[in-house]
Design a protein around this ligand. Sequence first.
Ligand SMILES: [Zn+2]
Length: 167
Amino acid sequence: MNEPVLVLNGNYAPINICTTRRAMGLILIGKANLVMDGRGIVRTVSKTFPKPSIIRLHHVIKRPRPCVKLSKREIFRRDQFRCQYCGQLAKNLTVDHVLPQHLGGKSNWSNLVTACAACNHQKGGFTLKHSGLKLRKKPQQPPGSAVYLFRKYLNIYQEWEPYIQGW
Ligand SMILES: [Zn+2]
């Protein structure tokens, strides 16, 4: 019952992921309808229900465009798990402040990059210029597109793809 279910807004924009339990609750109270099932059924004492894979809310709810939350994991993902200085796919990834914190460097998308331990060590508390290292690309906030946000689910739930493309 904790399997992820894709939630579409009233206008079909993919807005969220919830659990099967929550999705079925929304259907039962009449706030959403089933868009896609195919995961078998759930039995209660008196009824059976198809297990949802995608649901759609009856109304359009207003919410800010979803964006990727800043976290270590998401920085690695944005940088495709490669050190942004030497380009290696490293095992022990770290997050480096391009402009070091002690020089006023902020913890945001444009100042944080994935670095391997060796490059992070070389960079130390130096600025980019003084470290002798070069960035492979300018770090930026990742896109808030549905494909980027929900990409990790698409390997498992390919049926979501047509509902996510283009948003
Ligand atoms: Zn490196």
